[in-house]
Structures are given as structure tokens and as C-alpha cells.
Design a binder for this molecule. Structure first.
Ligand code: PGA
Length: 348
């Protein structure tokens, strides 16, 4: 190896100086996705990017290469000769890098290990996907996932039964924890698609209180948040039924048994245009967050620490997924930010 003090050192002739300077791994990743999926739109979806970003990345990459990478044939796109060559190079490059990633995780001791997670019921719509993505990077790690309601999760934290927990609100008062927020958890009022309130603007909670409601079981964090919202405006909800399971509640809503307050995440598979609709109710969505939690002072295993970092770094990805599911969310967040700013100014 040449020493960095050796002034006579010159880079080997094979060093792709031009590409190193003018292209990025992200551009190669975007290119690879378009090539594989045959579409700019689908690549943008897969990578959680906007279409203009994808087009811009490809434009920059083809400028760096000096040749077009795709051509339009009718309504579809085809790779050019240069595109085909680049694709082969990308595959080799990514394979080399993922081998490197595996070797590094072996060196860090992440080849084998165990991660025990405890998550609140509603995090079922989030945690398995995160674990799935994590285990693609660290396939040798055994995973266990305990799903139960908030009260039982708090008991498990106290008894130190798992490595990490995912909750809608960190425990307060009883004992000290470290908590890290990583995603939004908006609570919304849901109704069957054919309900007369669907499409109505700014419905009052008093009006919702007259409708039969389906609520989660005692011990559920969502149940507590829902009752607090009614209490805040001084109205008493009409409870028709109690159910300990989010999926069962959605079916009960669709079956016309009543309305309910659930996390937006519960619609992650069917989306917001399915049999269950979101109502526009004053004070909603309640903007809660998701937290990864562990008891204060607990020494995390290497696996747990790596998963914690991974979850925190997934924030943007989860937010984009939610925006896609419910495009209105972004404008709600903006309005909220603006009114929070105004409140600050008034206080001054
Ligand atoms: P739960 O908790 O599933 O127990 O209702 C979710 C939350 O606290 O947001």
C-alpha cells in the first residue's frame, strides 16, 4: 500500500475519476430501479422519491456518462446500449457493496443474535415491516415480537422482558425510560364509506358523540386518547361496543356497527379509499407519535442498538408512505405548524 506521505503516488489508471466526481451512488440506485421496473413512476414509488427528483437524478447521471441512458419507444422506455452497460456495472457494484455490508456486520458481531421486541397492539401495522427490512440487512438475527396493549407493555418494560418497545406514548411517572420518536401516529375518526357524515367538513365532536362508537379495550393507549378528546370538549360519547382488536374494529365499522377512533396506520394495507372512510372532525387527527423505548440505564445489546438506529433512520420513509396513503396529511401538518407558530407569536 502506498503511504499518504509518498509524493510520487499516482492513482491507478483504472480509477474512474470522472464518474467518482460527477455521479453518486443514489443516482446509480435510481437508475437501477428504473431499469428493473421499466418505469420512472414505479421507481419513484419504490424509492419513496418524487418523479421530478427521479428525472433530475437520471438527467445528471446521463450528463456524467455523456450519453442518454433511456429512450422513449411509444409510451414506454427502453434502455440504450449505454444504459445496458451501466446496468451490468450497477449490479456488480451493488453486489460488491452488499457483500461488504455483510462482512462488516459479521465483524461487528451482528451475524447471529436475538432481538426481542414488545410493541403495543396498534404498532402491528408498523413493527413487522421494520423488522422485515432490518432482517434483510441482518438475516442471521432471530426476532421475537410480542404484541399486546399499552398496559401490558408497561408491565413488560418494568419486568425488563424485551430489548426494545414501540409505543404510542412513553410511560410517564412510574419509572424512568429513554424514548426516541421516529414516526407520526395520527388518530382519526373512521366511518363506513356509505355513512352520511362522509365528505362533510369540520364535523363537531358533539355530533360524533351522538353516533354509536366502537372503542378499544381498557388498557389501550388509543382508548385513553379518544376519551381525552371527548372530555376536552365536554361531551359524552355513546359507546355501543368494546373490542380488543383494531382489525375487528375496522370490520365492525365497515359492517355498520358504529364509528371509531383508530390510528391512520391501521389502514396501511387497504388505504384511505376503501370500505372505511376518514371523517373530517374538529380537533382531529390527533397528532401522536411513535416511540422506541427502553428502561433508562439499560445497556443495549449491539443488535438492539443497531435496530434502534435503524428505526430512527426510517422516519422519512415512514412519513412518505403515510403521505402516499393519505395525501391530505401533509397540508394538515403544515396548518398545524403555522398555527403553532402564530400561538408562539401571540404569547410573546
Ligand atoms: P394501543 O396503543 O394499541 O394499546 O391502543 C397504541 C397507542 O398508544 O397509540
Amino acid at each position: 500500500m502506498s503511504s499518504s506521505n509518498d509524493n510520487s503516488y499516482t492513482p491507478p489508471a483504472a480509477m474512474p475519476d470522472h464518474l467518482i466526481r460527477y455521479s453518486t451512488f443514489r443516482q446509480f440506485q435510481v437508475f437501477e430501479a428504473i431499469y428493473r421496473l421499466g418505469s420512472f413512476t414505479r421507481a419513484a414509488e419504490e424509492l419513496f422519491l418524487t418523479q421530478p427528483t427521479v428525472s433530475m437524478q437520471i438527467k445528471k447521471l446521463s450528463e456524467a456518462i455523456g450519453l442518454p441512458l433511456f429512450e422513449h419507444v411509444g409510451r414506454s422506455i427502453e434502455p440504450t446500449e449505454a444504459g445496458k452497460e451501466l446496468y451490468t456495472a450497477c449490479r456488480n457494484m451493488f453486489e460488491t457493496l452488499s457483500n461488504l455490508e455483510m462482512k462488516i456486520s459479521d465483524m461487528k458481531g451482528l451475524k447471529r443474535g436475538r432481538l426481542r421486541m414488545g410493541v403495543v397492539t396498534t404498532a402491528t401495522y408498523l413493527a413487522p415491516e421494520l423488522l422485515g427490512e432490518f432482517s434483510k440487512i441482518y438475516p442471521g438475527i432471530d426476532l421475537s415480537l410480542k404484541v399486546t396493549n399499552r398496559e401490558s407493555i408497561i408491565r413488560r418494560i418494568r419486568a425488563n422482558e424485551d430489548d426494545l418497545y414501540i409505543m404510542g406514548q412513553a410511560p410517564e411517572g412510574e419509572f424512568e425510560v429513554e424514548s426516541f420518536t421516529f414516526a407520526l401516529n395520527p388518530l382519526v375518526v373512521m366511518a363506513p364509506r356509505n355513512h352520511p357524515l362522509v365528505g362533510k367538513k369540520n364535523i363537531s365532536l358533539a355530533e360524533i358523540a351522538k353516533e354509536p362508537l366502537i372503542v378499544r379495550e381498557p388498557g389501550s393507549g388509543i382508548r385513553v386518547a379518544m376519551f381525552k378528546a371527548f372530555e376536552k370538549v365536554g361531551v359524552q360519547p355513546t359507546i355501543r361496543m368494546e373490542l380488543g382488536n383494531n382489525e375487528a374494529i375496522k370490520h365492525a365499522i365497515a359492517g355498520g356497527l358504529g364509528l371509531s377512533v383508530l390510528s391512520l396506520h391501521t389502514l396501511s394495507l387497504e388505504g384511505t379509499e376503501g370500505p372505511v372512510a376518514i371523517l373530517d372532525v374538529e380537533g382531529f387527527p390527533i397528532l401522536r407519535n411513535w416511540y422506541v423505548v427502553h428502561p433508562k440505564g439499560k445497556e443495549l445489546s449491539l443488535v438492539a442498538q443497531t435496530f434502534l438506529d435503524f428505526v430512527i433512520s426510517s422516519e422519512m420513509k415512514i412519513r412518505k408512505r403515510m403521505q402516499k396513503m393519505w395525501p391530505k396529511l401533509e397540508s394538515i401538518l403544515q396548518e398545524n405548524q403555522e398555527s403553532a407558530k402564530k400561538k408562539k407569536v401571540v404569547k410573546k
